[in-house]
Structures are given as C-alpha cells and as structure tokens.
Design a binder for this molecule. Structure first.
Ligand code: GLN
Length: 530
C-alpha cells in the first residue's frame, strides 16, 4: 500500500510549496523509495495551457503531452522522475468529470454534491498514483482559508480516514515573519493558519516554517504548543539563495527522519554525491562568468521562462562557470547599434519559446546580431522559428519571409500552421504536445552534442517549418539537422559556418536537471564559455 504525503500551505502564497514538495520527494527517492508526485490546483481552468504567463508563469509540458503547472518542473528537476497526466489536476477537470458522470446518469438519481461526489473524484485522482508507487506526494495549491481549495482539503481529510494515520502525513508549510520594528519573529500567522486547518478537520503532522533565519528552540516550542504538533516536528525552512540547497538543509535538520518515523518506513541513506557536485560548482564556480542574453517579452515575469533559466543554471555549474543573465525586452525594438552597446560583453544569446507577434521584430534583430557576430545562439521553439525567418529574410533575401502566426496572408510563410492544426477549434490542449521522436543528421552539430541520432523531446507548438523552403534554406547554408522520423517535420536547424547556432522546434529545457544537465544547454554554455 502506498504511503501518502500531503503538502498544504498556510498564511500566504509563494512560500515555495512546490520546492518543499520536490525536496521531500528528492530525499525519499534518494533513499530508494518509488516516489510519485502530483499537484492539485484549485482554479477552474482545465489546465494552465490557456493562461497568460503573467498569471501563472511557465506552462510545463510532460512527456505524455499534458500542459501543467510549473511546479511539476520542480518535481522533475529535483527527483529526475518523469511526471505525467496523473501528476496535475484542477478544479476545472474535477468538476468537468463530475458533470460528465452526472450527464451519463452514473450517480443513479442522487443529488450531486461537493461532498461526496466532488471529493470522491479528487480522492480517485490521488489514488491513481498509489498503484505503482511506495510514496505519493500531493501538493495542494492555494493557501488554507481560500474558498476554492476547500473541496481538496476536505478530500484529503477523508483520505486519511480511508488509508489510516500511519499511511498518510500532512505537512504544513507556513510563514514566520521577522518584524523589524519589533525586532522579533512572530508566530501568530502560523498559529492562525493551523487553527484554520484544524477547523476543516486537518491536524498538521509536521510544520515547515519559512523564515529569514533559523528559529530558536523557544519559538519552535511555542509553535508546537499552539498548533498541537510535536516540537520535534517543527522545522525552520530558511530563505536560501539557491533552491537546490533545500533538500540538503531539510536533511541536515532531520525532516526525513520524522517523515519516515510517521509513515513507519525505514530511514535509508541519502546519496548526495552528484547533487553536492552541482551545489559546489553552482556556489563557487572556478572558470569565470558566462553572460547570456535572454530575449523575450515577459522579462518582468521571469517565471514565464522558469525551466529555461533552471536549465541554464544546471549547465553553468556543469561547465564550472557563474551564470549571469541579461534580460532583453523583445518589445523594446533595439536597432543594431543598440544591440552593440547592450550586448558588448555577451557570450551567448538565447531566444526562448513564445506566442504572438508582439516582440517578433526585436527577436529577429537579436538573432541577426548573434548570427553575424558569431555569438553562440540557442533558439527554442519560437526561437527557432524566428532564426529561420531571420535567415530567410537576410541571407536568402526572401524579404517578406515570415510566419503565418503573425500575418495570415504573408506571401512567404516560411513558418506555417501544421496541416493537422488547420481545422482545430478552441485553444485548450490542441497544440502538438508532448514527447516526439526526432532523427538527427549524423554529421550535424546536434548529433555530436547528443552523441546519438535518435532523440525524444517535448513539444508545444502549432506552427512548423514550411517544407517548401527546405531547399532554398539549405542552399544558403542553414542545415536542417533534425527531422521527425517520417521526414515531414523540421525539428532542428543549425548554421554550418558559425561557432554554435542551433534552433530546435522542441523544448529541451523541460528535460534538464542539476545532476544531468541537458546536452544542448551544456554545449551552449560551453560554446559561450569559449
Ligand atoms: N507560437 C509558436 C507556435 O505555436 C511557437 C510556440 C512555442 O514557442 N512554444 O508554433
């Protein structure tokens, strides 16, 4: 029978429940347990795929093509596991299922209600991961006290009754602020959030207190007393500069021992060898700094590029260099001279994925700068499409080469809607999503980097390279280095006479982690370091 850990947040949002859950997952998985992770999101969207990055940061894509919350990225990066469609759900999906069942007549004439029908549907979702795993970690989105997360909290309250105390654990991530004017930390917000949780019928088993500095024993005892938790189960979760330090900090405090004790499982050794190597290089890189320009339109909402930034940091540590990112606003529309000034000390340029025409000319200009100044370039998804457009316009001299995403009537749509996207109605879950195989040309830089010719990467796009333009592009020196196995879709391009210029239609950033940085990022940083 699987053991269940529920991670619940108190006081305020943005405390890092995703990172806390991922860190716990890391420790248990490194002990050799089979761990699965999932997130329950209380909002009514069916998935975050249709949300603006302003709202919800990056949309993380799984191998099986689910568009999910960015916390799943943390789960994968910390545990090295692959998440799937059972790793994220929302109130939208839960209600959609309940209503479908009701229409089918499956509730046999009963009045359909939040309890038990909605809560049963939530419990059913949680149980899906229990089958093949030792431990299921379920993060509940939102904060205690939110109206919309109530059905989820009620469902996990019931879940404990179903599986028993020692098979389930409630971990409460709370906040203990330091009040500068009073010169002391305050436990009241945590006390009140824990009352609120108990009001719903959930008694936390362990509390992680987000705080600026380690809490002293007296404070922890006070929190324990007022929240009805054993004082050995109250931990400081201090602010850190690098989130990957957190599993180690939990470990040093003994969080894993208390979890194992509660769940009646053996506490085994945690192997930190590879992780420590990453942390050491990340903290004290020996080979200088690499300056990377990242050009997008959400530079004030960096969560929109979460996995890209993480992948860069994994590879910087791998190359033993410090990563410095210069954010370039694609909508600022800098000219060549501006770029010369802005990018004077830049070692590499990355254009990530994106949607819509805003900022496109800025992206085209920066790609041109990378290409003509021999600066290592990595273009991801839209970044690749823009690289192809730039090359077609400026090298092949097809001046009106463009993407039909930005101008439906453009005469030379070198990037065009994929044929199977032409008749799709509705935006939700309808892109080319998830992992697809790709065959790399044996003599390409990409094949050299991956050290294999057959790869699998995750996708999220509607548009593709227009095959009509393959020969002209290749004639002028852009190499098509990766294709779908049926040869129909261009998945990767590169420029031969350039130190490092690669564009990929997929999202390599989703498959990078500190222990195994993604090869494309590793080599991009390596080229930039040179
Ligand atoms: N907007 C482009 C498309 O849909 C690129 C998508 C992306 O960068 N994820 O094809």
């Amino acid at each position: 029978m699987a053991k269940h850990i529920f991670v619940i947040g108190g006081v305020l949002s943005s405390l890092g429940k995703g990172i806390a859950s991922a860190s716990i997952g890391f420790l248990l998985q490194k002990m050799g347990y089979k761990v699965a992770m999932q997130k329950l999101d209380p909002y009514l969207n069916v998935d975050p795929g249709t949300m603006s990055p302003f709202q919800h940061g990056e949309v993380f894509v799984t191998d099986d093509g689910s568009e999910t919350d960015l916390d799943l990225g943390h789960y994968e990066r910390f545990t090295g596991l692959s998440t799937n469609r059972n790793s994220n759900t929302t109130s939208g999906v839960i209600y959609e299922n309940v209503i479908k069942n009701e229409r089918k007549g499956e509730y046999l004439g009963k009045t359909v209600q939040v309890i038990p029908h909605v809560t049963n549907e939530i419990k059913h979702f949680i149980s899906k991961l229990a089958e093949d795993n030792d431990i299921v970690i379920t993060e509940i989105g939102g904060t205690v006290g939110d109206i919309e997360s109530l059905p989820f909290l009620e469902a996990v309250r019931q879940f404990r009754l179903d599986v028993g105390y020692e098979n389930s654990m409630f971990i409460f991530l709370s906040y203990v602020p330091y009040i500068h004017t009073a010169g002391e930390v305050k436990t009241k917000p945590t006390q009140h959030s824990a009352y609120k949780l108990r009001e719903i019928g959930i008694q936390p088993d362990l509390i992680l207190c987000r705080c600026e500095q380690e809490l002293d024993e007296e404070i922890k005892q006070k929190i324990a007393l007022f929240t009805n938790v054993n004082e050995h189960d109250v931990f400081s979760a201090i602010d850190v500069s690098c989130v990957y330090e957190i599993p180690k900090i939990y470990y040093q405090h003994g969080v894993q021992s208390r979890i194992c004790k509660h769940l009646r499982i053996e506490e085994k050794e945690v192997d930190f060898i590879k992780w420590d190597k990453f942390l050491t290089n990340n903290k004290n890189p020996q080979d200088g700094t690499v300056n990377i320009a990242l050009c997008g339109k959400y530079i004030d909402h960096k969560d929109a590029y979460k996995s890209v930034v993480e992948a860069l940091s994994h590879s910087a540590a791998w190359n033993n260099v410090k990563l410095s990112i210069k954010w370039i606003d694609s909508e600022a529309n800098y000219n060549e001279q501006d770029y010369k000034e802005l990018l004077g000390n830049i070692d590499g340029i990355l254009v990530p994925g994106g949607f819509g025409i805003r900022g496109i000319s800025g992206k085209i200009n920066i790609v041109k700068y990378a290409r003509t100044n021999n600066i290592p370039f990595l273009g991801i998804c839209l970044g690749m499409q823009v690289a192809v457009i730039e090359f077609a316009q400026n090298v092949c001299k097809i001046e009106d080469a463009y993407s039909s995403e930005f101008d439906e009537n453009c005469k030379n749509p070198i990037i065009d809607l994929m044929s199977d996207q032409k008749y799709i109605n509705g935006l939700g879950g309808s892109m080319r999503l998830g992992a697809y195989p790709c065959i790399l040309k044996p003599d390409s830089l990409a094949a050299k980097i991956y050290q294999k010719e057959s790869i699998s990467e995750r996708h999220r796009h509607r548009y593709e390279f227009n095959n009509k333009y393959r020969s002209v592009i290749e004639e002028f020196g852009m190499k098509i280095s990766g294709l779908s196995p049926d040869n129909l879709l261009v998945e990767a391009v590169e420029i031969k006479d350039h130190p490092f210029f690669i564009g990929v239609q997929f999202h390599p950033e989703f498959k990078s982690n500190p222990e195994t940085p993604h090869p494309l990022f590793r080599h991009f940083i390596k080229a930039a370091k040179k």
